[in-house]
Design a protein around this ligand. Structure first.
Ligand code: ZN
Ligand code: ZN
Length: 424
């Protein structure tokens, strides 16, 4: 935070929001429009165009095409902290089954993760912040990110000069809609979402007739012992109190019983929460792959290519404490909870690590509270409540939308400087 920040002068966000209420009309229509027109990762050109137009309408400085399809809107409103507010905007290759009147009109593509809600909520929050700009000072950098679902969009924007455009932020704020009661907010301090590393490993042997092992270097046996040895990474190299998962999800080699193939291919998925643990696991996996190939007498080292990579999302403890205090004030004590660490992955943390900035990332509920309570009473939450990536995932528009707009606005106002006590 900069020295100019003085939390005591920030107007109570709820009071400002009350003063601005009624300004979110039209957001539900925008949400339905976005939901009906999802686009896949790095193909979000229509969405990007719509976002850029809205940002220009709000009087923000707009940069498009950052990280291929990313859009950034900047509003400089005097000396004060620089806030990076983030929404992702890609859909998924899922065929929608919700039967909603505003269901996807694009075959095989769906906003099944709720990124359409993130875009709508951030645009709604920016609208409120622009309307209320007499009450705060600082800079807002709204980052609309492509390709979250393939773990590449945040890095693409960073590589394309995001921080040259917006400068170094003082805080990164982001949110995700999830399968719990609308009107509630969940946030976990520390490692909140797991890192994922997916690797494709090609083991090189030497093919021969199945009757002549002496003429071969058998990649099937090499693969088998590699898979078995990989089981010792978590059990023998990771401390009992740390978490790591190593899964070999695919093992492909050969075509016929009497042909020793040339190669074998493994696909490995690794989940961790801690960067040191992640490095230990990755190093161990690579060492074992190389080692087993050498033991088998391979004449060529295995090829190891990353498929997908998501770093862990680590929420800054004091940033979470400050933001959640504002959420409790605004939404009420019982509406804010700690969901614990989640096994999903999310690349919003890249903006924090790339700029050495604390991150606060929270979830807001998207399920009708009565529907959720009913499922909870009958013990069927997992069966009856569709979650993100399901073809049935359908956040109830209200109070989900208002909650997301208010959460982002309240969080932003909590981190911006106040302008005296103009709010009365
Ligand atoms: Zn997703
Ligand atoms: Zn998502």
């Amino acid at each position: 935070m900069s020295d100019t920040d003085n939390i005591g002068d920030v107007p109570a966000p709820s009071r400002l929001l009350a003063r601005l209420s009624g300004r979110t009309d039209g957001l539900a229509d925008l949400y339905r429009h976005l939901h009906a027109h999802p686009e896949l990762s790095f193909g979000e050109t229509r969405t990007a165009g719509l976002v850029a137009e809205r940002l220009r309408g709000l009087g923000m400085d707009v940069t498009t095409g950052l990280g291929r399809t990313g859009v950034v809107g900047v509003l400089d409103n005097g000396d004060g902290p620089n806030l990076l507010l983030r929404a992702d905007f890609d859909g998924l290759p899922v065929t929608e089954q919700t039967r909603l009147p505003y269901a996807s009109e694009t075959a095989g593509v769906m906003h099944a993760c709720g990124h359409d809600m993130h875009v709508t909520c951030l645009l709604g929050a920016l609208d409120l912040l622009v309307q209320g700009k007499a009450y705060w000072a600082g800079k807002i950098s709204a980052v609309f990110q492509p390709a979250e679902e393939i773990g590449s969009g945040a890095q693409a924007m960073v590589d394309d000069g995001l921080f040259d455009t917006i400068g170094k932020p003082d805080i990164v704020l982001g949110q995700h809609v999830g399968p719990f009661p609308a009107g509630t907010i969940g946030c976990h301090a520390g490692p909140a979402l797991a890192a994922t590393d997916a690797l494709k490993v090609t083991l090189h042997g030497k093919g021969a007739h199945g009757s002549r092992p002496e003429a071969a270097i058998d990649p099937v046996v090499m693969a088998a012992s590699t898979v078995m040895r990989l089981q010792t990474v978590v059990s023998r190299e990771i401390a009992g109190g740390d978490t790591a998962v190593v899964t070999v999800g695919a093992l492909n080699a050969g075509t016929k019983d009497n042909v020793i193939p040339d190669t074998a291919v493994l696909k490995i998925n690794i989940r961790t929460y801690d960067e040191a643990v992640r490095k230990t696991v990755l190093n161990a996996v690579k060492r074992i792959i190389e080692g087993e190939a050498a033991v088998a007498g391979a004449t060529r080292s295995p090829d190891c290519e990353p498929i997908d990579t998501f770093p862990a999302l680590v929420n800054d403890e004091s940033a979470v404490a400050r933001t959640l205090a504002a959420f409790r004030d605004h939404f009420g004590e019982t509406q804010v909870f700690d969901p614990g660490p989640a096994t999903g992955s999310e690349d919003c943390g890249v903006f924090g690590t790339a700029s050495d900035t604390p991150v606060c990332y929270w979830f807001f509920g998207g399920i009708d509270p009565e529907t959720y309570a009913k499922a909870q009473r009958s013990g069927t939450v997992n069966r009856d409540i569709p979650s993100n990536h399901s073809p049935y995932f359908a956040p109830v528009i209200e109070p989900t939308l208002s909650t997301g707009v208010e959460a982002m606005t309240v969080a932003a106002l909590t981190w911006l400087s106040g302008r005296g006590n103009r709010f009365g």
